[in-house]
Design a protein around this ligand. Structure first.
Ligand SMILES: Nc1nc2c(ncn2[C@@H]2O[C@H](COP(=O)(O)OP(=O)(O)O)[C@@H](O)[C@H]2O)c(=O)[nH]1
Ligand SMILES: [Mg+2]
Length: 309
């Protein structure tokens, strides 16, 4: 995608957040003449309404208050830059976050139904293919026959191979077959699609444990990545899902999807801050090219962008 495309789409997608957020934010940075308790209270309310979450908002404000004191800042307008900088720093994840792209790796993709796991895997496969990587998909969501079919369509679209199993077959056995094939074929990246039945935490935990065990045992040399996919339009629910998944398996990154819709982008800040898990990719549409690496700089700019700038 062309330079600046990310920014534009993100800007469009973040409209809902921005309506509640940037306008109010602008209003208080311009409207207040003093940095006082009332100013901080207003700011707090706006951040929480922007889906940044209570805990994260408190941390951000604490950081801001400290800097205001240290730097002897008197103007609310100057606070805005500090605030943007503080969020940007928190969100910056660096290039190391994408180490799996350069290694022989196994990427497990988890998340509840409908968040965009299969779609994300399809998009990611295409991205990796474009870098001349040899990619294999594993359809370990054997719960519904349609799930394997859907992944197969993505495999065709992104021109990579897929290993699947019968409907109702053991996901761990699909993973076993896929790992064997990945090794035999000298694949760079194996992407594993899973079923996200969070309503039964015990089963889910057991299923992920089995899958992880197979990969550990059969492919110990592989670099491991576990991405949880979250629907950006679901706000605080997404945060709760991330928490639940972090309790059943080690997560190394987040994919935040549907930021092209009426997404509440502030949730990205909350998740990263509260769980310490970096947002690595964002989904900005249903097409194959609609997956972007997370860019803290552009994200924060989009979040705080005002027409006058
Ligand atoms: N607008 C939009 N739709 C998305 C995005 N990612 C996935 N979807 C749609 O969300 C729906 C569920 O996606 P799917 O990959 O099947 O979710 P899964 O159940 O987690 O595997 C599908 O209709 C996708 O096209 C995105 O970034 N933007
Ligand atoms: Mg799926």
């Amino acid at each position: 995608m062309a330079e600046g495309g990310f920014f534009k789409r993100l800007l469009a997608g973040l409209t809902k957040t921005r309506d509640n957020f940037v306008k109010n934010m602008d209003y208080i940075f311009r409207g207040f003449t003093n940095i006082d308790d009332e100013f901080y209270e207003e700011l707090e309310e706006i951040l929480i309404m922007g889906d940044i979450g209570v805990t994260t908002t408190e941390n951000i404000l604490e950081d801001l208050k400290r800097k205001v004191k240290e730097q002897k800042i008197k103007e609310p307008a100057e606070c805005k830059e500090l605030l943007i900088e503080s969020i940007r720093q928190q969100m910056d994840i660096g290039e190391a976050a994408y180490e799996f792209e350069n290694r022989t790796s196994v990427v497990l993709v988890v998340g509840v139904n409908g968040v965009g796991k299969t779609t994300t895997i399809g998009k990611l496969a295409a991205k990796l293919r474009a870098q001349n990587k040899k990619v294999l998909l594993a359809a370990a969501d054997t719960f519904r026959a349609a799930a394997g079919q859907q992944l197969k369509e993505w495999a065709n679209r992104s021109q990579v191979d897929m290993i699947g199993g019968q409907e109702g077959s053991d996901p761990a056995s699909v993973v076993y077959d896929a790992v064997s094939a990945a090794k035999a074929r000298g694949c760079d990246v194996l992407l594993i699609d899973t079923a996200g039945r969070l309503h039964n935490k015990k089963n889910l935990m057991e299923e992920l444990r089995k899958i992880n065990n197979i990969v550990d045992r059969e492919f110990p040399e592989a670099y491991r990545e576990t991405l949880v996919v979250l629907d950006g339009t679901t706000g605080q629910n997404a945060l709760n899902q991330a928490k639940e998944f972090s309790e059943v398996t080690d997560l190394s990154g987040i994919v935040l999807t549907k930021l092209d819709g009426t997404a509440k982008g502030g949730i990205a800040v909350a998740i990263q801050a509260e769980l310490g898990i970096p947002v690595k990719y964002i989904g900005v549409g249903e097409s194959i090219e609609d997956l972007e690496k997370f860019n803290a700089e552009e994200f924060v700019n989009a979040l705080f962008y005002t027409e006058e700038q």
